[in-house]
Design a protein around this ligand. Structure first.
Ligand code: NAP
Ligand code: GLV
Length: 310
């Protein structure tokens, strides 16, 4: 007789009941419990930003399944010895990210905010069409989400550049890689999209020096993590006119604090960390499938390399 699979859930800012029910339905016979302190240790955990106290009670964990793509909150913690970390691998996020980024790029390029303001003022007025060649777009991070976004942008005929740690070949995308390729990547772009994971190598990577390398009148879209950006440096470059504007979905402190200058900045669009949401049904199906695959001794997509931090 095989021992039943023992799964614990520890989900901050997320209602656990539908996850518990969904995992039970996807893995008949498994024990699935929402963690409360003092419970017997489990084999697998499904988590979002768990406290250290949770991990300290889980010495037997074989794997932690993160219900998001970014594992930065998890990688700051002391993990049980030998425990693998598995992140969401798309699960419906890449199409959302492509929608969000293409919308932001096109809204800026076609000056839709300006037209909206004109219409509000009862004005029927035209703006001179902009040239796509003057708006090369750069995507930082060409992983599961970045590659989908870069490909989606090529459909609108923007010149597209991409930057990753290791070289990538994506049709229609001019690739740059490594620290040595970073400055040339930035100087090639006027619109910059950040889709990097947050690691010790990428924290504060968008700052006065790096944003200044973008072409004048630059536009920045941050859909990765707030800690990639030195916020006061972006504010200074918006004030100087080097940056034309930004769409920001993520912030150093979330929710964005009351009174933060981004809330009311005329050149900044704020959204509440919503560019690619975790879709529960797709995620449960993916996590359950990976648990079964790992139990059969197979490797799964989305395994985090602790040395790289993503
Ligand atoms: P991924 O598949 O792991 O891709 C990461 C990409 O970043 C890879 O191309 C990787 O290069 C590159 N990279 C990592 N470190 C680098 C460095 N030091 N220099 C240059 N390139 C580097 O991750 P993903 O699934 O696309 O997700 C990306 C991030 O999006 C997540 O970590 C998360 O923070 C964020 N996210 C945000 C939201 C939201 O709603 N705002 C939703 C989901 C995810 P290699 O290909 O060479 O390894
Ligand atoms: C959301 O930010 C995620 O990492 O999935």
């Amino acid at each position: 007789m095989t021992t039943p699979l023992n799964i614990t859930l520890c989900l901050s800012q997320t209602k656990p009941e539908p996850w518990e029910a969904g995992l039970k339905a996807a893995l008949p016979g498994a024990t699935v419990r929402n963690w409360t302190p003092g419970e017997p240790p489990a084999d697998y955990a499904v988590v979002w930003a768990p406290p250290q106290a949770f991990l300290d009670e889980q010495p037997k964990l074989k794997a932690l399944f993160n219900i998001g793509a970014g594992v930065d909150a998890l990688m700051k913690l002391r993990l049980p010895l030998g425990c693998q970390v598995v992140r969401l691998d798309d699960a419906g996020m890449s199409v959302q990210m492509a929608e969000y980024v293409c919308h932001a790029v096109i809204r800026h390029f076609r000056e839709f905010d300006g037209y909206e303001a004109d219409v509000q003022a009862g004005k029927w007025s035209y703006r001179k069409p902009r040239l796509r060649a003057d708006y090369p777009v750069g995507v930082m991070g060409l992983g599961v989400l970045g590659e989908r976004v870069a490909r989606a942008l090529t459909v609108f005929d923007f010149p597209v550049h991409g930057w990753s740690r290791t070289p990538k070949q994506i049709e229609g995308v001019q690739g740059h890689s490594g620290a040595e390729g970073f400055d040339a990547f930035l100087t090639s772009c006027r619109v910059l999209v950040n889709l990097l994971p947050l690691t010790p190598d990428t924290a504060d990577i968008l700052n006065r020096r790096t944003l200044s390398l973008l072409q004048p009148g630059a536009y920045f879209i941050n859909v990765a993590r707030g800690a990639h950006l030195v916020e006061e440096d972006l504010l200074a470059l918006l004030a100087s006119g080097h940056m034309a504007g930004a769409t920001l979905d993520v912030f150093r402190t979330e929710p964005l604090p009351e009174g933060h200058p981004f809330w009311t900045h005329p050149k900044v669009t704020v959204t509440p960390h919503t560019s690619a949401r975790t879709l529960r049904d797709e995620s449960i199906a993916q996590i359950a499938g990976k648990m079964l695959a790992m139990m059969r001794g197979e490797t799964v997509a989305g395994l985090v390399d602790p040395a790289r931090g993503y």
